[in-house]
Design a protein. Structure first.
Length: 345
């Protein structure tokens, strides 16, 4: 059971790391070190020497393996940055061991699995969060406020794109057996942005996923979504493109645009551009570290006893990804995934 009890005195969340992935070493562990109320206490990895080295850097202990780390009494919560195909298994095992979980996106490759894990966490009073760091950036709350105030009139269309250059040949994003592919790695960002901007209940009107025949994973895609009132979202993503991270909202009386929408550096000054008939206005915001904010949100959720407060949104997102996957591969063979992958409850 966690050392952090709802309503009790504040305590430091003792964090275990399951896997020394690049995102953990480059972004998350430095953010943990910067955040009050949480400390890395244990590290596990396939490479025992690597785990020991990372543990030494942060004054933590090294576990012989993932299972041993989950048995440790000095671990209250775990961060899971393993390959996507392993997220469901180790998230479940961590929850069953009484640990709070911050799971790297996608939480699972199956919407039904995601819903089951959310229910499991809720039944055990444990925090379970999917690590979409960009949703913690205040630039999106400011955009949402402007839209709610009618700054550009009624929303007609959202255009969002997230694309990255090709990865090295051996990158796990190119491995179907590890849950690779552009949809799971980068496509989930504009999909989540569409939900933030247009709300839940979006319908997939059409989708196309272009699969690399040699690798068996999708490397690019496009999606058209529709809201009940006719507002639409046009989404583009891929991992063989010029780097692009942006969205814009077209309204009945103007247009709003945000660049560096998904992975802005901590020192980046966001600019929201608002174009209307009387000219263009640019709102400059303060720099913000969304990685540290994500860690802080996890700590706050554990301390408040709020558990899976974002569980319903997480499940809705997984179901939308599943719908896109089915529609995107409807005209041809998809990647080599199990028959029940991405099924909905």
């Amino acid at each position: 059971m966690s050392a952090v009890e709802p309503g009790g005195p504040a305590a430091t969340v003792r964090l275990g790391l399951l896997g020394c992935a690049d995102i953990a070493l480059r972004r998350m562990l430095p953010a943990v070190e910067r955040t009050e109320g949480i400390a890395l206490t244990a590290v596990a990895a396939r490479d025992a020497a690597r785990a020991a080295e990372v543990a030494r850097q942060y004054g933590a202990g090294a576990a012989a393996g993932y299972a041993e780390l989950l048995e440790r009494d000095d671990v209250d919560a775990v961060y899971v940055p393993l390959p996507s195909s392993l997220h469901a298994e180790w998230t479940e095992r961590a929850l069953l061991a009484g640990k709070h979980v911050l799971a790297e996106k996608p939480m699972t490759l199956d919407a039904g699995e995601t819903a089951r894990l959310v229910d499991l966490a809720r039944s055990r009073g444990l925090a379970l969060m999917e690590n979409f760091m960009f949703v913690h950036h205040p630039q999106h709350r400011r955009v949402r406020q402007l839209l709610d105030e009618g700054t550009i009139g009624e929303i007609r269309t959202v255009h969002a794109a997230f694309a990255i250059p090709p990865r090295p040949a051996g990158d796990i994003r190119y491995r179907a057996d590890l849950g690779g592919g552009a949809l799971f790695d980068v496509g989930v960002y504009p999909l989540r942005a569409a939900q933030l901007l247009l709300g839940p209940g979006l319908e997939v009107v059409g989708a196309d996923l272009r699969t690399d025949p040699e690798r068996g994973v999708d490397v690019a895609g496009g999606v058209l979504l529709r809201r009940h009132d006719g507002a639409t979202a046009h989404l583009t993503f891929g991992m063989e493109h010029h780097y692009t991270s942006r969205y814009e909202v077209l309204g009945s009386a103007g247009r709003l645009r945000l660049d560096h929408a998904f992975t802005p550096p901590a020192d980046h000054r966001p600019v929201i551009a608002i174009e209307r008939r009387d000219g263009v206005e640019e709102l400059e915001l303060e720099p913000f570290d969304q990685v540290t904010a994500a860690v802080r949100a996890f700590v706050t959720t554990i301390g408040s006893g709020a558990g899976t407060t974002a569980g319903e949104a997480t499940v809705r997102h997984a179901e939308l990804v599943a719908d896109v996957h089915r529609a995107g591969h409807a005209r041809g063979p998809g990647p080599a995934l199990p028959d029940d992958t991405l099924s909905t409850p």
